[in-house]
Unconditional design. Sequence first.
Length: 359
Amino acid sequence: MFREDILRMSGYVPGEQPQGRKLVKLNTNENPYPPSAKVVAAIKVAAEAGLQRYPDPAATAFRRRAAEVLAADCAAITPDWILCGNGSDDILTIVTRSFVAPGQAVRYATPSYSLYKTLAEIQGVGQDVAPYEADWSLGYRFAQANDEGRPVRLAYLANPNSPSGTRMAPGEVAALADTLTCPLLVDEAYVDFAETSCLDLVRTNERVLVSRTLSKSYALAGLRFGYVVAQPQVIEQLGKVKDSYNCDTLAIAGATAAIDDQAWLAANVAKVRAERKRLAQAVADRGFVVTPSDANFLWCTHPSNEHMALYQRLRDGGVLVRYMAYEGWPAGYDGLRITVGTPAQTDALLTTLDAVMKR
Ligand code: PMP
């Protein structure tokens, strides 16, 4: 009944979203704070205005406000440079469907966001995977990975990367885009926590697309809203591939209020960055190797290599972090990815960590 390749797929496994027991939840890079009160107010207004009509298929209100805000980083941006999605996962789906056909391939680095692999599998296309170096640099391997005869038609680059939290400078990404013969989707899910963004690269290079999400820095993972910025002729084509009404009325209203509240964003990012610094130091003091992070999470490894046991013991103690393992980088490489939470959540993590590490 099903396509053979779908039957063979293991499918994307999202991080745990426990629905029952209350855990200190530091596993899926959510923001620990509630969103701007203006977001909740705008959603209420939209709901009270009625939901019997379809939403604006073009999410015009969001695109107008976003264009004004984003113009600070890339002066060329107007609403026709933006396409909205039901989370940036939806954007990644649209971009994959738009550029890559069977017989062709995508390229991505590993370890990185594991959805890239799943999207390639669903689309039935080849995968050209380039490993990060031990210091999380990409080097020439990404630009020259072996496509095994299938032309690479799209490259994904999470920047900052997950799980490492590391970032490539815009100049390096621009050079990479120039070496590639296909479009480069720069996945900036975590960019607001970082020092630099690649947004301005879209101005001069029609093969660079930058995706963003409101799930992390705007504290709206539950709302499902993301967008992509690219030159208007690229956005126009992507628009043919998206679902007709991929963003709902409440999400458009909430997202527009969120991007409008830049003061809330700045204050939130400052809090998360301050806590990131404290958490990194505290975890390092406990013997972990912590990769310097430009995101709202930390990649932590321990010389004991008992990451699975540590994850399990932390979970038993009420603290949920993410255990991650990547075959082939080098073989069996694993570690813990810990989301930056509130100061109280950091305290709870450290107390539990001290208890489980004594054992
Ligand atoms: N890109 C990266 C690198 C991510 O870690 C995530 C979060 N899982 C996403 C994109 C997707 O986020 P969302 O669909 O919530 O916008």
